[in-house]
Design a protein around this ligand. Structure first.
Ligand SMILES: [Zn+2]
Length: 303
């Protein structure tokens, strides 16, 4: 009996079985990747939000409640809302239009510059010293009236903050009902020194990595074309993500949009490309965002 020959034969059999299994596995892996390449955003019925999104029942006029509350900061100034309802089924918004300096100008600039016009919305002065609503979620910060609180652990759900948040949601729905809203883009300002070289973008958790990479490339090319010296960092692909919208995702506007299958982008712009003493850079940013957002829509990422 030749053990070594039998052993070799058995080894060949085992090896071919192993190859068959691994081939089948890699085939399946490839097929899975192909079928998940495009995430389908189905047309939603208008939202019936779970409680954790903190929406009022239908029929409650949150903006009337905000008006009745007559919120003022310590100088007696009232916050204000600006919207432009001209455009398609696309909304670009700045929930901290004053505090995130320059973001109101950016959403209005993109709105007017873009051929496939975006409807724009800014909530201004709801987040400022002594009046610190988060607007895109039903919370506020309450730490000695200190506006410089960056730690979202300190956030508190609050009855007044719910009014402001629900008014914000109602404005978005008023511009485009959620069952018709094709894209929602939220613009924020980032003052962190460590993020000064980045345009930080987060999107729908259900979006495929491939689509997220496509979006990253679109934005990077648009920034490069306008001479904006920033690197696009996507939450989907970044090993060290810097998405600061987590609270809004858990119980704010992104919670609502995820449930409604509305795709969104959450964009944070560093100071050098948005502040009032950086108008030339801000205009480059507006041109880059206008070009990129038109391409995101044209890329037909939504089936
Ligand atoms: Zn912000």
């Amino acid at each position: 009996m030749n053990y070594s020959k039998n052993f070799s034969f058995a080894f060949v059999i085992l090896f071919s079985i192993f190859n068959t299994i691994t081939d089948a596995y890699s085939q399946r892996t490839i097929r899975t990747k192909t079928t998940t390449k495009k995430t389908r955003f189905t047309t939603p019925t208008d939202i019936q939000s779970p409680n954790h999104c903190y929406l009022y029942p239908p029929g409650v006029d949150a903006c009337q409640l905000v008006e009745d509350a007559n919120f003022q900061d310590k100088d007696g100034d009232s916050p204000y809302i600006v919207e432009n309802a001209n455009g398609g089924n696309y909304v670009i918004a700045a929930p901290h239009g004053r505090f995130d300096e320059g973001t109101r100008a950016i959403v209005e600039g993109v709105d007017s510059a873009n051929e496939m016009a975006w409807k724009s919305l800014s909530f201004n002065g709801f987040r400022r010293e002594s009046l610190y609503f988060n607007v895109n979620r039903p919370t506020l910060y309450l730490v000695n009236n200190n506006p410089n609180i960056a730690d979202h652990e300190e956030e508190q759900v609050d009855s007044d903050a719910k009014k402001v948040y629900n008014c914000y949601v109602n404005h978005i729905k008023g511009l485009v009902p959620f069952n018709s809203l094709e894209w929602y883009v939220e613009i924020h300002g980032n003052a962190k020194a460590s993020r000064a070289g980045f345009l930080d973008i987060a999107t729908h958790e259900g979006m495929s990595e491939q689509d997220a990479e496509d979006i990253q490339e679109i934005f990077q090319n648009a920034l490069d074309a306008e001479g904006v010296g920033l690197t696009v960092a996507m939450e989907h692909t970044d090993d060290d993500p810097h998405f600061h919208g987590q609270a809004a995702r858990e119980f704010g506007i992104f919670c609502v949009l995820e449930n409604a299958n509305v795709p969104f982008l959450h964009i944070e712009i560093p100071s050098a490309y948005r502040k009032n003493n950086q108008v030339a850079n801000r205009n480059k940013m507006i041109d880059a965002l206008s070009a990129a957002l038109a391409q995101v829509k044209a890329a037909n990422l939504i089936d």
